[in-house]
Design a protein around this ligand. Structure first.
Ligand code: SF4
Ligand code: SF4
Length: 253
């Protein structure tokens, strides 16, 4: 059970490198307009009814859109994200964020959690120990385990955007012919579309059809999952495919 957490950002800049920052569509447009690239991370899972952890399933499904892969329907989650693995292009001198007033929601929420199924832990965060010094910091998680209202509002706004933009993001991927996804929990496929093409697709987004028959393929690793998806009759990405994307495995094969 989480008790009260106090936090004080010490401006170390550690959270501004070594990761991907998920963006809403509006934030992705603004990121592109500033001249930076936006990546698209894709993962998918089987559409199911009435089995497993339904609360978690419903949460995941609300962030994705149904597409066809082989003979089955799968739910694809498309995460538009700034790639700041080598450092955020907006990080200025003294680790100051140069777009502080306009920084993405995810940057405003860090180091708190957006995903309701991820347990918060200060040891999971990039912030140094002094950032959690109760005598210096302000309350961010209340004694009852709830986020303070100002952060809760940001988290809710982020979740709302994830849900309301899920279908549009998947349709944008289809517009750009980026129809290879990884399998949730096993890895990510990362596409790096041309910035102009992505900007054009986002600007056409409101005119995109809500449904599409374009087939998707799933890239996986490991014999067990490969066999499972074959049995399910999903379309697997071929080993001799063009690999115009990165595949980041998250678990050993
Ligand atoms: S936008 Fe600002 S706060 Fe967000 S990662 Fe970049 S420098 Fe850090
Ligand atoms: S890692 Fe934590 S302490 Fe360091 S800049 Fe980011 S939020 Fe602030």
């Amino acid at each position: 059970m989480i008790k009260q957490v106090n936090f004080h950002c010490v401006g170390c800049g550690a959270c501004c490198r070594g990761r991907h920052v998920p963006l809403t569509l509006g934030e992705a447009e603004a990121w592109l307009r500033r001249g930076h690239r936006v990546s698209i991370l894709l993962e998918a899972f089987a559409i199911q009814e009435g089995q497993g952890d339904m609360a978690r399933y419903r949460h995941d499904a609300s962030r994705g859109a149904s597409v066809r892969s082989g003979n089955i329907d799968i739910c694809v989650i498309a995460i538009f994200a700034a790639d700041i693995t080598a450092g955020c292009p907006n990080l200025g001198e003294g680790n100051a964020c140069q777009i502080y007033q306009d920084r993405p929601l995810v940057c405003r929420i860090y180091p708190l959690e957006i995903n309701p199924f991820t347990t918060f832990g200060t040891d999971q965060k990039d912030c140094p120990p002094e950032a959690w010094d109760a005598s210096q910091g302000e309350e961010v998680i209340q004694a009852d385990g709830q986020l303070i209202p100002s952060i809760k509002q940001l988290v809710e706004a982020s979740r709302r955007a994830d849900q309301s933009e899920a279908l549009t993001k998947v349709r944008i991927c289809e517009e750009l012919d980026l129809r290879v996804t990884a399998w949730k929990g096993c890895g990510f496929v990362i596409h790096k579309p041309d910035a102009d093409d992505l900007m054009a697709a986002i600007s056409r987004a409101s005119a995109l059809q809500p449904s599409s028959a374009k087939p998707w393929s799933v890239r996986v690793h490991g014999q067990r999952l490969t066999d499972k998806l074959r049995q399910m009759q999903a379309e697997l990405y071929p080993e001799d495919g063009d690999h115009r994307h990165l595949y980041i495995p998250m678990v050993a094969a």
